[in-house]
Design a protein around this ligand. Structure first.
Ligand SMILES: C[S@@+](CC[C@H](N)C(=O)[O-])C[C@H]1O[C@@H](n2cnc3c(N)ncnc32)[C@H](O)[C@@H]1O
Length: 205
C-alpha cells in the first residue's frame, strides 16, 4: 500500500517550506565537495533533486510511493525517477559521488532504516558522501515550541508513523542512529531551531 497516497498532493505546499533550507544546504555541501552524480533515496516529490539539477548536478531520485513519484515526475520531467524499495536498490556498488536521504529514516522501523543506510553506503563511491538529514535532539530548551510542532506533525502522520518517530528519537535521533549504523558522520548544520540536522559521512577511499 502507498502510505503517501493521501498526503502526496499537499506535501510540497505544507512540508516543502520547512525543508527548503535543509535541501539548499545539502546541495551546497555536495557542490563544495566536487560531486557531480547524486542519488536521492526516498526522494518524495523531488524537492531536493530539483534544487540539485538547478545547481548543475546530475541527480536521480528513487522512492517507493507512486503518488509521490507522479508529482516528482510532473515537477521535474528532465530528471530520472525510479520506483524502488530503498532497502534493496538495483544500482551497482559505488555508482554515485553522493547519496542523500532526507526525512525518511525517522518514519521507518529501525531494521529497515539500517537497511536503507547500508544501501546508501554501498552505492556511494569511495571518497564520496553519504548525507542524511533528519530529526535531531537540540541542545538546550529554547526550541520548545518547534519541538512541540514537530511532535504534532509526526502524530498527525499516523499512529504507526509516530511510534517509529519516537523509537528513532529515544536513543538520540539521527546522531545516535548513524553512530549505531557505524558511520562516522559529522553534523554540518542544524535546522528547525535545532530539531533537524544535516549529517555528512565521507566513505573511506
Ligand atoms: C517525509 S518523505 C521525505 C521526502 C523527501 N526526501 C524530502 O526531503 O522531501 C519520506 C519519503 O520516503 C519514502 N519512503 C518510505 N519508505 C520507503 C522505502 N522503503 N523505499 C523508498 N522510499 C520510501 C516515502 O514514500 C516518502 O516519499
Amino acid at each position: 500500500m502507498d502510505e503517501y497516497r493521501n498526503h502526496a498532493s499537499l506535501y510540497d505546499l505544507l512540508v516543502g517550506p520547512f525543508l527548503h533550507s535543509t535541501h539548499r544546504d545539502i546541495v551546497d555541501i555536495v557542490k563544495v565537495h566536487g560531486c557531480s552524480s547524486l542519488l536521492d533515496i526516498c526522494c518524495g516529490t523531488g524537492l531536493l533533486v530539483g534544487k540539485a539539477v538547478a545547481a548543475g548536478l546530475k541527480p536521480i531520485g528513487t522512492d517507493l510511493s507512486p503518488a509521490m513519484l507522479d508529482i516528482a515526475r510532473s515537477n521535474h520531467p528532465e530528471i530520472n525517477f525510479l520506483e524502488n524499495d530503498a532497502s534493496d536498490l538495483p544500482m551497482e556498488e559505488g555508482s554515485f559521488d553522493a547519496v542523500t536521504v532526507s526525512f525518511a529514516l525517522h518514519e521507518k522501523p529501525r531494521n529497515v532504516a539500517f537497511a536503507i543506510i547500508r544501501e546508501a553506503l554501498r552505492l556511494v563511491r569511495k571518497g564520496g558522501l553519504v548525507i542524511v538529514a533528519d530529526y535531531h535532539l537540540p541542545v538546550g530548551h529554547s526550541a520548545f515550541f518547534t519541538g512541540f510542532a514537530v511532535q504534532c506533525v509526526e502524530r498527525i502522520a499516523g499512529k504507526q508513523h509516530y511510534a517509529y518517530f519516537k523509537e528513532y528519537m529515544k536513543p538520540g535521533g539521527t546522531e545516535a542512529f548513524l553512530a549505531e549504523a557505524g558511520l562516522d558522520a559529522t553534523c554540518r548544520t542544524t535546522h528547525m531551531n535545532g530539531w533537524s540536522g544535516i549529517f555528512v559521512h565521507v566513505k573511506d577511499a
